[in-house]
Design a protein around this ligand. Structure first.
Ligand code: ADP
Length: 749
């Protein structure tokens, strides 16, 4: 996008005024939407008003409709909830209320709205839009506004963004707040897990979701729970005994704790509610266990937004603001959401209607229909969860295949989660699962052991790599030893979980494949690296955790720096891939990011220094630059700090902060756990089908036609810049202009 054009309104166009409001239930990340809308509007030469207390604020008018400036939305990205308030408004449901709202808007010259809320808020706003001309005509008639005002604001233009922790909206992969809610739930389940394990207790955890099982299902997967009860997929008759059996076998297989996750809207196949208290009573009665219920309630809405709930709503808010600013008279309102990390637009009332259809299907007992409406990945995750939650015997059928799992490359949080899922899913398919300790060298040295269902207990939540990983990959001279190890251990298939070094090793082995009989087995590479620099897959396992570590650290740095006047240059990992720097920068609202992909140039530095020193003179308290570790050979983090310090004129001081291995540590985030599980199950499925078909292809995980696929490994050089070990096309670079626009106040705004 042409950044210059974005900052300059067309000279002939009248000044546009846009309102932004948050409505309905609050959700973490709403502030990021507000910030993005406000700054995009200002950067495009429009006036922007924040409406306090949701749609009720439109009805009330007065100081509930406030003109915002660039700095009105400074330092709000990290705050939970919504700084402009939200409410449920009875008055807005009446025509009278909407008449007042229309007058208040016209009085402020506003005829465009970006609303962030659930299906109620979106449909209410759309009703307002459809009535707009009638409301204005009535206001003219009663003398509330002039005909000229009515003519000037003949149309109301709206765009919807979805703020809802439930992730219950059709038309977007994720709603604003859902990822943060998962963070809260997983924090709780992890904490309960340790106390439950100490006492061999069972916990029933109730999570939000009256009509949507997303939070329950994903938290059960990410939390390593035993059972999940969700509204769309009620358990079959006799579920009570199945559940007790499952917990008994889990205990026998080595579990010390049991966790059952219940969505608040869970029901049985007759549509009768299944409450957390009912599940507790059942387990106490039939298992004689000490069972505790934890109802998470509003904790799920609280706390600071996750990294995802900062960068995704920023993208969405930016796109929604442009949508209403650019709209013509015949504009059709849309919900602005995301599909595969890209902005996706769905006609607003279609999205609302399809969303509302699901509770109707559930009430009618059409669970097939409800599951289908949730989409294929949701259904897939139900299947995967079923596969890993049921403890299966450690000794599989005699004719089972032997699948080995190993790591290679740098450490990535989520590696353990992937191994656990592969082992349990593999066992559920009747395979013998082997863990290789110490990467390829361990394979050569025969450090291979059979892993049982119980051996990987607890691995879902822990960072690091229990099997060990290494950046050392086999040399050509070692290929013979690797091949012999595969043959000697009768390995039928290999799952390599790791980063660029893992992919490189597999690719080099593939080149020599004809020479080594041991290499005649199927191999799949699963992307796990915080650098997110692999072909085929857009968010490798570990990258989300690293982003959250960056956000966590920078939030604290920011707080400390606000007390004085300070600039920070924060160095992040990523090798030659700028993903962590760019998306991390967007998530924390950095003023500047330095990436290897773009290079660092003297003229940029001069511009940055000028901007920085001027803004500190005008009252800035904090300036944040994020530098990728390999952004430039000469312009190092220390160099940048010295340069900025030298030019600061004692108006501010400058500090470096190298985040280092903090980014690789930490327990995996819910996103990384869910995806590690999904990708591991896919890998086992794919390897199984290769074995069944007598094939031995080598591939890495990717997407084809919107579905998970194994991409032939031989295509790697066509997709990767081998010199800098990163994909030739990097999807996230599309976000770069958004960041630039939101980071710097246009002069004269
Ligand atoms: P959510 O937006 O989270 O779904 P609600 O369903 O409570 O939350 O809707 C939020 C607000 O949107 C309501 O309090 C009301 O002001 C407005 N609203 C919802 N539905 C309508 C409607 N059919 N007509 C007018 N306003 C509505």
């Amino acid at each position: 996008m042409d950044q210059q054009a974005a900052h300059e309104p067309a000279p002939t166009s009248p000044r546009r005024a846009i309102a932004v409001l948050t409505s309905g239930g609050d959700a973490q990340g709403m502030n990021a939407v507000v910030r993005a809308v406000v700054r995009t509007a200002i950067a495009n030469g429009a006036d922007v008003y924040a409406v306090y207390e949701g749609l009720q604020g439109l009805v009330d008018g007065g100081d509930r409709i406030r003109k915002f400036t660039w700095s009105s939305v400074g330092s709000i990205l990290h705050l939970g909830g919504t700084v402009i308030g939200t409410a449920r408004s009875k008055e807005f449901r009446t025509r009278e209320g909407r008449l007042k709202a229309a007058k208040n808007m016209v009085d402020h010259g506003i005829d465009r709205i970006v609303v962030c809320g659930g299906d109620g808020s979106l449909s209410g706003t759309d009703l307002f839009r459809s009535e707009w001309s009638g409301l204005l005509a009535e206001l003219v008639e009663t003398g509330g506004i002039t005909q000229e005002q009515a003519d000037r604001h003949a149309n109301l233009i709206i765009a919807g963004t979805v703020g809802s922790i439930d992730n219950d909206m059709v038309g977007t992969d994720m709603t604003v707040g859902a990822d943060s809610a998962l963070h809260r739930i997983i924090e709780a389940i992890d904490a309960l897990g340790s106390t439950a394990a100490s006492h061999q207790r069972s916990f029933v955890v109730e999570v939000m979701g009256r009509h949507c099982g997303y939070l329950a299902l994903m938290s059960a997967i990410a939390g390593g729970a035993d059972y999940a009860l969700i509204p769309e997929n009620p358990p079959p008759p006799g579920w009570e005994e199945d559940l007790c059996d499952l917990l008994r076998t889990g205990r026998a297989a080595g579990r010390r704790d049991s966790v059952v996750v219940v969505a608040e809207g869970a029901c049985d196949r007759n549509g009768d509610p299944i409450t957390s208290a009912m599940v507790r009573d059942l387990l106490e009665e039939r298992l004689g266990e000490d069972v505790r219920v934890t109802i998470l309630g509003h904790v799920q809405r609280g706390g600071t937004p996750s990294a995802y709930d900062r960068w995704m709503p920023t993208l969405v808010g930016y796109a929604a603001a442009l949508e209403v600013l650019d709209a013509g008279e015949d504009h059709v309102p849309h919900v602005i959401g995301v599909r595969n990390n890209r902005i996706a637009r769905t006609p607003l009332m279609e999205a609302v209607a399809r969303t509302r259809e699901i509770p109707t299907l559930i009430s009618a007992g059409d669970y097939e229909g409800a599951m289908a409406a949730r989409g294929s990945s949701f259904r897939e995750m139900v299947r995967v969860f079923d596969g890993i939650a049921h403890a299966k015997p450690a000794n599989p059928a005699e004719e089972s295949a032997r699948i080995a799992v190993l790591h290679a490359g740098g450490l990535a949080p989520g590696m353990n989660t992937a191994v656990r899922a592969a082992v349990r899913f593999g066992i559920s398919r009747g395979h013998t699962m082997l863990g290789v300790r110490g990467s390829f060298q361990g394979l050569i040295d025969g450090k291979i052991e059979q892993l049982s269902w119980g051996d990987v207990e607890g691995w879902v939540a822990i960072g690091g790599a229990e099997l060990g990983t290494s950046r050392h990959i086999p040399t050509i001279e070692q290929f013979y030893a690797v091949s012999r190890a595969i043959e000697n251990n009768e390995i039928d298939a290999l799952l390599i979980i790791g980063g660029h070094r893992a992919y490189e090793a597999a690719y080099q082995m593939l080149q020599q494949r004809d020479r080594y009989p041991g290499f005649n087995v199927p191999v799949i590479c699963l992307p796990a690296t915080i650098d997110n620099n692999l072909p085929g897959w857009e968010q490798s396992i570990g990258a989300d955790t690293a982003l959250n570590e960056i956000v966590y650290a920078v939030d604290r740095i920011k707080q400390s720096a606000m007390a004085s006047r300070r600039a920070f240059v924060v160095e992040v990992m990523g090798r030659y891939c700028g993903y962590l720097a760019a998306v991390g920068g967007m998530s924390v609202g950095a003023e500047r990011v330095y990436l290897h992909e773009e290079g660092v140039h003297l003229q940029d530095l001069i511009r940055d220094v000028t901007e920085m020193t001027t803004s500190f003179k005008h009252g800035r308290r904090f300036y944040l630059a994020i530098r990728n570790e390999e952004a430039s050979v000469g312009y190092t983090t220390d160099f940048l700090c010295q340069l900025f310090d030298e030019e600061s004129g004692h108006d501010f001081d400058v500090r470096p902060m190298v985040l280092g291995h903090l980014q690789q540590g930490g327990n995996p985030t819910p996103f990384d756990r869910v995806h590690a599980t999904r990708l591991a199950a896919f890998s086992v499925d794919w390897l199984s089908s290769q074995i069944e078909l007598g094939r031995s292809q080598w591939g890495f995980i990717g997407m084809q036609d919107g579905a998970l696929a194994s991409i032939p490994l031989k295509t790697m050089p066509d997709l990767v810049d081998m010199e800098y070990s990163r994909p030739l096309e990097q999807w996230w670079t599309e976000m770069r202009p958004v960041m630039d626009i939101l980071a710097t106040e246009p002069s004269g705004a």
